[in-house]
Design a protein around this ligand. Structure first.
Ligand code: ASP
Length: 566
């Protein structure tokens, strides 16, 4: 029996062997009140003086009781809580297990250092908000499996001791004891295996997959995370996207009791950068960036003139609000931390312009800026790709999202490669088809990819692409990425070989489940929806992983520890 079932009891009913944790004890002289909590709910227990429960019990003791169910007198009803009109008069108490003094109270609004919560995660998970998070995650898995069965998509698993799958991060490596000097990599994703299923003739595949990426943790990143991974044979981006929309719509209604409308809007990568300054726009914010370069076409403001003469742009956001000096300085500092040279601004109040550049503007420029109307104009000047992230930050800081709960958008037509420290990196992964093979061959830096992302409220929920199904194209992409023939052969020779036996056209996608659940529950970090996450520095305070290993074990694995600091 659980506490939830007691809701159907009538006054005077017998309660037998009800178990749970003591969650609070209140001594009222003749009577002691104890809140008993189990996974399903809480209820008040009443003990009379006999037995001295207030000295015998402490918080989080696990107890079993027998007693009598009672409706409380009207003046004692607490309408704010479930079963606040009921209590159990205890006749028999059995302490099943005591609890040590707790490192923190099992409270809903606990304010304890996250490391302590993670060290005692099993206690943290006893708290109601964490229980809701983890159960929402569990419901998500359940709904995914239901809709996958309905759509006839096959659940198939892939290995986790593999050779590297490049997804733009570093690998977690596992030394092989039996093959000295060799390492397995943990999958950054099941990408190549799911493609092998298509080559093997399976019509489709899905898996709730663990992926491992060794990169700096951020609030929406974890070294180990879970994604819904999918692949479809004889498919293309529009088929994949419509399947994803069906799946997401079902999960929202089945697991979160929320209706969302499909199909989702689509915009291109270039539109996203131009209008929002990011490829992960929060579409609930309606205000967009404006190009005000024309205002300064014949300017005497030197730095703007230089930028415009060198094909740069001036991009602005206008808010009706007249921002205070403090608000402007804060924004200025924030974007400087991101790398900007500083925030440009004008205030327009009573049809008068103010701001650091006002005095050096010519009349026409001033007139054009006044046309924005009362409020504040905030701007950045430079090459669009370098100023986009500052504009995105400003947009998200000064505007409130509209009240709609969920705003999905597809982003398509990504550039095939992005430049990172002078090197080309595929903006998705190197198994993505170029949009146009000829353009890719002639001008890979400006080529687009058949890669599409799904963004929810400014969070990248997932990515997918049409895959290359031709071995020579696959080899060319790896070459343009900068790999030598030897590297291609040793890292991907087996995959190019596999592509060479009649590979169907295929495409797929992966949805980040941790991000989805965190967004639905409006949690600040994905750590809050992962049962046992790592800290931002990738540590597990509960088990103390990662841990050092003994010399003897190192030898068994043919390893030698080198301390780089010595
Ligand atoms: N493997 C990709 C990822 O993990 C998803 C995909 O292209 O299907 O992001």
């Amino acid at each position: 029996m659980n506490i939830n079932e007691i809701a159907n009891f009538k006054d005077g009913d017998q309660v037998k062997n009800l178990t749970g944790w003591v969650s609070s004890i209140r001594d009222h002289g003749g009577l002691t009140f104890v809140d008993l909590r189990d996974f399903s709910a809480s209820i008040q227990l009443v003990f009379d003086k006999r037995g001295d429960v207030n000295t015998k019990l402490k918080n989080e003791y696990y107890i079993a009781i027998d007693g009598v169910f009672k409706k409380r007198d009207d003046e004692l009803v607490n309408n704010k809580v479930f079963l606040g009109d009921s209590e159990i008069e205890v006749l028999q108490l059995d302490v099943i297990n005591e609890s040590k003094t707790l490192p923190f109270q099992i409270d809903d609004d606990l304010e304890t250092d996250e490391n302590i919560r993670l060290k005692y995660r099993y206690l943290d998970l006893r708290r109601e908000p964490m229980k809701i998070n983890i159960m929402t995650r569990s419901k998500t898995f359940k709904s995914i499996r239901t809709i996958m069965n309905e759509l006839n998509i096959n659940e198939i698993d892939t290995p986790t001791l593999i050779k590297s799958t490049p997804e733009g991060a570093k690998d977690f490596l596992v030394p092989s004891r039996k093959s000295p000097g060799n390492f397995y990599a943990l999958p950054q994703s099941p990408q190549m295996y799911k493609q092998l299923f298509m080559m093997a003739g399976f019509p489709n595949y899905y898996q709730i997959a663990k992926c491992y990426r060794d990169e700096d943790s951020r609030k929406d990143r974890q070294p180990e995370f879970t994604q819904l991974d999918l692949e479809f044979s004889d498919s293309d981006p529009s088929l994949v996207k419509s399947n994803i929309e069906k799946i997401i719509k079902f999960v929202f209604s089945d697991a979160y009791d929320c209706k969302i409308s499909t199909p989702f809007n689509s915009i291109t990568y270039d539109e996203a950068i131009n209008l929002y300054g990011t490829d992960k726009p929060d579409m609930r914010i309606k205000q967009t960036l404006r190009d005000i370069s024309e205002v300064f076409r014949s300017t005497e403001v030197n730095f703007l003139k230089d930028i415009l003469d060198n094909d740069g742009l001036v991009k602005a956001l206008h808010t009706d609000e007249i921002l205070s000096r403090k608000q402007i300085d804060t924004l200025d500092n924030e974007i400087k931390e991101l790398g900007s040279n500083g925030l440009g601004w004008f205030k327009i109040e009573k049809n008068t312009l103010s701001g650091p550049l006002t005095k050096i503007l010519n009349d026409e420029e001033a007139e054009n800026i006044l046309k924005f109307g009362t409020g504040t104009v905030l701007f950045q000047a430079g090459e669009l790709n370098s100023i986009a992230k500052y504009l995105d930050h400003i947009r998200r800081s000064i505007f409130e999202p509209s009240s709609e709960a969920y705003s999905f958008v597809w982003i398509e037509d990504f550039p095939y490669f992005e430049q990172e420290d002078g090197n080309l990196q595929p903006s998705h992964h190197p198994f993505t088809s170029p949009k146009d093979d000829q353009i890719f061959k002639d001008d890979p830096i400006n080529a687009k990819a058949l890669h599409y992302d799904l963004v929810l409220n400014g969070v990248e929920l997932g990515s997918g692409s049409q895959r290359i199904n031709n071995p020579s194209m696959q080899k060319l992409v790896l070459e343009k990425w900068g790999l030598s023939d030897i590297e291609i052969e040793s890292r991907f020779g087996w995959f190019i070989e596999a592509l060479s036996y009649g590979t169907p056209v295929h495409a797929g996608f992966a949805v980040g489940i941790d991000r989805l659940v965190a967004e639905v529950l409006n949690q600040p970090s994905i750590r809050d929806v992962i049962p046992f996450p790592k800290t931002q520095s990738g540590l597990d305070p509960l088990t103390n992983a990662p841990a050092s290993i003994e010399q003897q074990l190192l030898e068994e694995y043919n390893l030698k520890y080198i301390n780089k600091d010595e």
